[in-house]
Write a protein that binds this ligand. Structure first.
Ligand code: BLA
Length: 238
């Protein structure tokens, strides 16, 4: 269901950047679950290039029961750009949730003006995909922007509206990356490194997918996947 979204991202990345494939820890790259009623496969890809230090995406294909496309793009430490976050989920026809955002690392006014305000125009074109839903797992004021796409929707809207919105957000993200001036002072880069690692810690510790991974692939695999691959800047909770 979201494969065309993943293919589009892949094409964009290969067209725009000089990508190098990054290793994924053994056992985490691909896994097949036979625990549920239907077999489910989870597969991940990881790349880097000079501007983007980690590009990862994951697809869960559990047939009708589950389709998930999840991705985070982490800019290099020279760029204080927000992270690009994508989480498109479908658990059967009646439970489709889509989230896409430029996830801010900082919240001061200049930062929001440079990286978040430009999203407003795009968001306003897709207001039916920006539903102001309440967040249960995350704090909407931390690592989320006011202009995120966040919607409970249906398969028809995914195909007709979401794809265009997705392309527009992606294209704006590339534009902001193009305009960004690399910061080279060690203290500036260290601040960005710390912020990206704090994001990983925050995300790994409350990822709503943890239970899903455990039920499909076991608790141990789930913990490894979260802390060694998805959010590898995070330390496992003791
Ligand atoms: C919610 N994301 C969810 C849920 C699941 C996942 C199962 C809960 C859906 C529900 O029952 O309400 C799934 N999360 C995943 C998967 C991965 C993952 C499969 O990390 C990894 C492969 N989540 C992100 C990113 C964003 C994000 C990058 O990983 C940013 C766009 C957002 N997911 C996000 C939000 C919610 C969500 C905002 C709703 C959570 C809430 O209500 O607090």
């Amino acid at each position: 269901m979201y494969k065309p979204f993943m293919d589009f991202l892949e094409q964009e990345l290969f067209k725009r950047f000089d990508l190098q494939s990054q290793p994924i820890p053994p056992g985490l790259e691909r896994q097949v679950s036979t625990r549920g009623k239907h077999p489910a496969t989870i597969q991940s890809w990881c790349y880097q290039c000079p501007e983007l230090r980690k590009i990862r995406y994951t697809y869960i294909d559990g047939g009708e029961a589950s389709q998930v496309f999840n991705s985070v793009i982490y800019p290099s430490y020279e760029y204080d750009l927000p992270l690009l976050g994508i989480d498109f989920l479908s658990f059967g026809k009646h439970k489709i949730l889509v989230v896409m955002d430029f996830q801010p690392l900082f919240r001061h006014p200049d930062y929001l003006k440079t990286y978040i305000e430009p999203m407003k125009g795009v968001r306003d074109r897709y207001s039916n995909l920006a539903q102001n839903l309440e967040m249960k797992f995350y704090d909407a004021n931390q690592y989320f922007s006011p202009y995120l796409l966040f919607a409970k929707t249906d398969a028809e809207t995914v195909q007709t509206k979401l794809f265009q919105a997705y392309k527009d957000y992606l294209s704006l993200y590339w534009e902001l990356l193009d305009l960004a001036q690399p910061l080279t002072a060690p203290t500036a880069m260290e601040r960005i490194r710390t912020a990206q690692h704090d994001y990983d810690q925050y995300s790994a510790d409350r990822d709503p997918a943890s239970g899903l991974f455990s039920s499909y692939f076991g608790h141990e695999w789930s913990e490894r996947f979260l802390y060694e691959f998805l959010f590898d800047g995070a330390k496992p909770l003791a």
